[in-house]
Design a protein around this ligand. Structure first.
Ligand code: GLY
Length: 300
């Protein structure tokens, strides 16, 4: 937020990229950057995108290895190439050409989570589980989750920029890209309308062009909350045609969250299940706000 304040406000894209870098740099967070959960081979592969409203341009990387600040590399793609999306080996070579440092992103804690997953995947392979006592509770819990960060900023001029960054679905197939690096799926900005970003099961967000669809709803007059609800319901209706995405109670067995911001500064977060929050700074204070939701979460 400090970066957006007068008298010398930064470009809102620099503000959102700096914001998510705080978490990308944190080895104790397992959703993005350093310490992110790896693919099925135990290698961390990052996805990120950014979009600059006033320029109407975007940059993105997918399957980026060994460089923790994927959102910064995505910004470099936007600013220093004629492309929008660079993947895999090419993304790493591009990042190194611009001075990003290579490092092993797999922390010991994330490696333990991956090992726990491998050792509990099958009774018939050669990976033997350690006694449960060897794995702390947080390892077992984290090993079954995934995470992503979306950050949008609206500055005093009414300009909007946004970024989405992630280590993607935990234990994914190597090379799998989610929604975060796909412009229109996990991130979208139209400077005349607003922005949207998403977290959760990227496949459904790609299939429904989720973030673009929310911004289009807002373009036609919907408030951020109503726009997110309309698209989340569409995502659910489409996903439930696939039996393996249905829980026994008929609800989706996956999570999706949509976060939208409009030109007037109205915002909303809408989650598949109750209990989620998102962080907002309105220029005077930072706060956590409850997400709206489609389904009451079941008590466990
Ligand atoms: N939404 C993050 C992912 O599916 O990779």
């Amino acid at each position: 937020m400090e970066m957006l304040r007068t008298p010398k406000p930064a470009d809102p894209l620099d503000a959102v990229v700096a914001g998510v870098a705080l978490v990308e740099d944190d080895p104790t967070d397992h959703s993005v950057g350093l310490g992110g959960l790896p693919n099925e081979d135990g290698v961390v592969e990052l996805d990120a995108s950014c979009m600059h409203g006033p320029m109407g341009r975007a940059g993105a990387v997918a399957g980026l290895r060994n460089v923790k600040n994927a959102a910064s590399v995505a910004r470099m793609v936007l600013r220093r190439t004629d492309h929008v999306l660079i993947v895999g080996e090419g993304a790493l070579r591009f990042a190194k050409a611009h001075g990003f440092k290579e490092e092993n992103l797999l922390t010991d804690e994330a490696r333990e989570m991956w090992l726990w997953w491998k050792e509990h995947l099958s009774e018939t392979d050669k990976w033997l589980a350690a006694p449960d006592a060897d794995y702390p509770e947080n390892v077992r819990i984290w090993a079954q989750t995934t995470g992503t960060i979306h950050c949008s900023a609206l500055d005093a001029n009414g300009d909007i920029c946004a970024t989405t960054t992630t280590s993607g679905l935990a234990f994914k197939l190597p090379g799998r890209a989610g929604d975060s690096p796909i412009i229109g799926a996990g991130n979208y900005v139209d400077n005349d309308v607003g922005s949207c970003g998403s977290t959760g099961r990227g496949e459904e967000l790609i299939l429904n062009a989720g973030s673009f669809a929310v911004v289009e709803q807002m373009r036609h007059g919907a408030a951020p909350k109503d726009a997110c609800f309309a698209i989340l319901k569409r995502i659910v209706a489409n996903a439930l045609k696939t039996p393996r995405l249905r829980a026994p109670d008929g609800r989706p067995n996956f999570d999706v969250k949509l976060y939208a911001l409009n030109k007037a500064g109205d915002h909303a977060g809408v989650s598949m299940f109750s209990g989620a929050k998102y962080a907002v700074h309105d220029g005077t204070e930072a706060k956590l706000v409850d997400c709206e939701f489609l389904y009451e979460a079941k008590k466990v």
